[in-house]
Design a protein around this ligand. Structure first.
Ligand code: SF4
Length: 393
């Protein structure tokens, strides 16, 4: 039998459900409350803050332009040293061929990220962005993590503003917020001594938001971090979002994505606890409650698999992320062995959970209502969803 919830817990959940902002101690207290009660509030807030009947996703492609990296994070199974036989750096033509496949699938953006490859000069990056914009003018380029931008600052002797101006001028549309993990340096130091520090992560994200670039907030749990550290991570993201909303015309994080640490083939294997599906769902629900100024919360199918991702839609998530076409980083360290999701699979997840699927752009604007019946076969489609698609379209 579940123990009755303490009165203080009930008060915190009531406060959250009414839309009031929780303090850091109140957020931390959520980790000790029964998950069904926390999830119910998270779902209520999701319904209130986003279109309640709709689950969105993006048709995109991940492209990892190089796997050579000199940061050497202990949790990374993706990177290689320059001398390893399976290290690579893609040519512009190879990247272009991948984008052509994305265009054929109806995709609209690429997520272009790599390791920190010291052999690449600034002209590789700017030339690549120009090449993509010239060859694929309809494709949006969200590229480079704060870690790669930090490398460009240091290696090319440029100020942060100069790096961003140069990349934007060459065609950069957005700077994904990868590398957030837990933005507490004690955790980062243990997991990856050379990893970008939280101060630099926020400095670079802040500058990107000030320049009008798309960004997303991220979180990875399972390093053995404490609830207090997870809480501080969320509170710092919320503060950054307040700042961007106040100073940069609302150009804050477009969404929040979270997944669990995968350690297969990494130096952290057997040394970090990782996180169960229960912990993932708990963290997602708490993020929905804590991040009252970030409307879009993603479910993570690469980290959790399709079934838990679908359950996430009742734990605060309103979005299924994207098709990815080739996820290489999380899957290299375990995950569920999935490198991609098809449009049909994501539609199926949304419809079976009782939602209307919608295809979005990277800023979460809806750009298409897919024909559910055509994708799933009319007899399989959820009639409620079909009606909603008809009404919306
Ligand atoms: S996570 Fe990124 S920065 Fe760290 S080793 Fe892997 S590729 Fe390099």
């Amino acid at each position: 039998m579940t123990a009755p919830m303490p009165a203080a817990g009930t008060a915190i959940l009531h406060k959250a459900a009414s839309g009031e902002r929780l303090s850091a101690p109140e957020i931390e207290a959520l980790y000790h409350l029964p998950l069904p009660e926390v999830a119910a509030v998270a779902h209520e807030l999701r319904l209130a803050r986003t279109r309640p009947d709709v689950v969105t996703f993006l048709i995109d492609r991940n492209i990892n332009y190089t796997n050579i990296c000199n940061v050497g994070c202990n949790f990374c199974a993706f990177y290689r040293t320059r001398r390893q036989p399976d290290s690579y750096t893609l040519t512009y033509e190879q990247i272009s061929a991948k984008i052509t496949e994305l265009e054929a699938a109806g995709g609209t953006r690429i997520l272009l990220q790599g390791g920190v490859n010291p052999a690449l000069g600034l002209e590789y990056y700017t030339g690549l962005l120009r090449h993509i914009k010239a060859r694929h003018p309809g494709i949006r380029i969200d590229a480079f993590s704060p870690e790669e931008v930090l490398f460009m600052e240091r290696a090319f002797g440029l100020t942060l503003d100069d790096v961003l101006s140069t990349l934007i001028e060459a065609g950069l549309d957005g700077l994904p917020g990868a590398g957030g993990e837990i933005l507490e340096d004690e955790v980062r130091q243990r997991a990856a001594p050379a990893r970008i520090r939280s101060e630099d992560w926020f400095r670079i994200i802040d500058a990107a938001q000030r320049r009008g670039l798309y960004t997303i907030s991220t979180m990875v749990i399972g390093f053995g971090e404490t609830y207090a550290q997870r809480t501080r991570h969320l509170v710092q993201l919320r503060e950054q979002q307040d700042r961007a909303n106040a100073l940069y015309g609302g150009n804050g994080f477009s969404g929040f994505a979270m997944w669990t640490l995968q350690t297969e083939h990494t130096r952290l294997h057997g040394k970090a606890p990782g996180a169960s599906a229960h912990e993932y769902l708990q963290q997602l629900a708490i993020a929905r409650i804590a991040l009252d100024n970030v409307p879009n919360i993603q479910a993570s199918w690469p980290g959790q698999g399709f079934k838990v991702a679908q359950a996430s839609l009742y734990y605060g998530a309103n979005d299924l992320g994207s098709t990815m076409m080739e996820e290489n980083v999380v899957s290299a360290a375990g995950g569920h062995g999935r490198h991609k999701a098809t449009v049909r699979e994501l539609i199926r997840i949304a419809v079976d959970a009782g939602f209307t699927p919608a295809i979005r752009n990277s800023r979460f604007g809806i750009i298409e209502w897919p024909d559910v019946a055509a994708y799933l076969g009319r007899s399989e489609a959820n009639p409620e969803a079909e009606r909603a698609v008809g009404a919306a379209g």
